[in-house]
Design a protein around this ligand. Structure first.
Ligand code: SF4
Ligand code: SF4
Length: 440
């Protein structure tokens, strides 16, 4: 198949033996829903930037079919095209055939992890990050403290001003490292925050992983908005990373372990809902039933968990906000996080909440197109991510607004990097931070 335009439909041959294999490889049932119409192509950010069929949803599905039937090796070319996918699932929204692309690509990544040996350094870095840092809050805290020392001791300023970061080609990566908090959120885990006024509900709050060390103020803002709206907030002790980054990286066994752990913790209380302020975590936790589909001991509990899982904007819009203490009379352009708009189909609720506190909504062109953040994509695929961000910033600079708002920390980090790169004076806030201002 040509890498540019020509497309020859895949012909399924049931006689051919699959290579690679592995228990998580995308099945023929999932892949065959694609009829190769190509309607998804122009919705795909990587296709739009690279212009290559192999980096489009249709092209990726085609390669998966070829690999599964032994017509293409499960080697570096395949890995490159699958790694370049953001997992933004804009293609799912555009697809008239109902292709479950998000599920498909996560399985293809698992197939890669189970059958392909990545280069040594990549293997070690991935192993350290996914197995040692993210699921272990003590190690996460230590790494965060070291990062804070680099940021606050003047080392970062020296490295930036001396041009060293540019020379090493890591200036964009440096810009993407979030500011580490002085006081982490770990101390709040295990606590209960009472409802203010008449109690209207009781929820369990998912504190996240990076949020604990770099967005603790956002977590506190979320708890405050909930309690101010009459919700009793429990932050269950023992909770861990939700496993979203693992699932997206193809580490499905590790993601399953984390899912089982969280199911045990969060279904232990009588909560009306389990809420998160991170779209990526929420969309992954709503897929626990898919992750545990072959685990009879957990499948029903995963479904129960899924039914309770809510993004905080979804939950608040459903119960209705109390009148805020003050209005936020500012123009706000809202960027839809892919994992909220595409994966969870939550688009109107964040906008409703912003309007309810007095914000004047400015419609951002292509607001549901990925900003290039996508978990750790902006680090792992930095160059491509920055090209996608450039397009997003063209949309941002085309509107007149006082600030940008979004509902996912990954998007906040990415948009802030874009704002800094262009030298704009444009705050980037989470919807919950704006609500918190309105209730404070
Ligand atoms: S729109 Fe759907 S069916 Fe058409 S090529 Fe894309 S994934 Fe396949
Ligand atoms: S998930 Fe996003 S980047 Fe990946 S194929 Fe679909 S539209 Fe393209």
């Amino acid at each position: 198949m040509s890498e540019t335009t020509a497309f020859e439909p895949h012909v399924h041959d049931p006689q051919l033996k699959p290579i690679g294999g592995g228990k998580d490889q995308p099945s023929w049932e999932l892949l065959s829903t694609c009829v190769h119409c190509g309607l998804c192509l122009n919705h795909c950010p990587t296709y739009k930037v690279l212009g290559m069929e192999m980096d489009s949803p249709r092209g990726r599905i085609y390669q998966m079919l070829q690999v599964n039937e032994g017509k293409m090796p499960l080697a570096s070319a395949f890995v490159t095209h699958i790694d370049r996918c953001l997992g933004c699932v804009a293609c799912e929204i555009a697809c008239p055939s109902g292709v479950k692309y998000g599920r498909i690509v996560e399985r293809a990544r698992a197939q890669i992890e189970q059958n392909y040996k990545r280069p040594f350094v990549q293997r070690k870095l991935r192993g350290f990050f996914y197995n040692k840092v993210i699921p272990n809050f003590k190690t996460l805290g230590r790494v965060a403290r070291l990062t804070r020392f680099y940021q606050r001791s003047g080392l970062q300023t020296v490295a930036r001003k001396s041009g060293l970061l540019k020379l090493l080609g890591v200036a964009d990566l440096d810009r993407l490292s979030p500011q580490i908090d002085r006081e982490f959120f770990f101390g709040e885990i295990g606590k209960v925050f009472p409802a203010v006024g008449d109690k209207r509900g009781k929820v369990a709050f998912v504190a996240g992983c990076i949020n604990n060390v770099a967005f603790s103020h956002l977590n506190r803002a979320t708890v405050n908005v909930l309690t101010q709206n009459g919700i009793e907030v429990h932050i269950p002790a023992g909770q861990g990373c939700c496993g979203a980054l693992h699932a997206h990286a193809g580490l499905r066994d590790e993601a399953r372990e984390l899912a089982r752990h969280n199911i045990n913790i969060f279904l232990g209380g009588e909560y009306d809902a389990i809420v998160t302020n991170a779209a990526g975590c929420g969309s992954n936790m709503k897929e626990y039933d898919d992750l545990l589909e072959n685990d009879p001991a957990y499948l029903d509990r995963a479904r129960e968990f899924k039914a309770k899982m809510k993004d905080v904007t979804e939950y608040l819009a459903a119960i209705g906000l109390r009148a805020p203490k003050k209005k936020i009379a500012q123009r706000v352009a809202y960027q839809d996080p892919c994992h909220l708009a595409n994966a969870q189909r939550i688009r109107t609720q964040p906008r409703e909440l912003l309007s309810a506190i007095g914000c004047e909504l400015v419609e951002l062109p292509h607001s549901d197109q990925c900003c290039g953040s996508a978990g750790v994509y902006n680090v792992a695929q930095n160059e491509l991510s920055m090209q996608i961000l450039e397009r997003k910033m063209e949309d941002v600079t085309s509107v007149s607004t006082d600030m940008l708002a979004t509902a996912n920390v990954g998007c906040m980090i990415q948009l802030r990097a874009g704002v800094e790169k262009l030298g704009l004076n444009l705050p980037v806030k989470h919807v919950m931070e704006l609500l918190d201002e309105a209730y404070s």
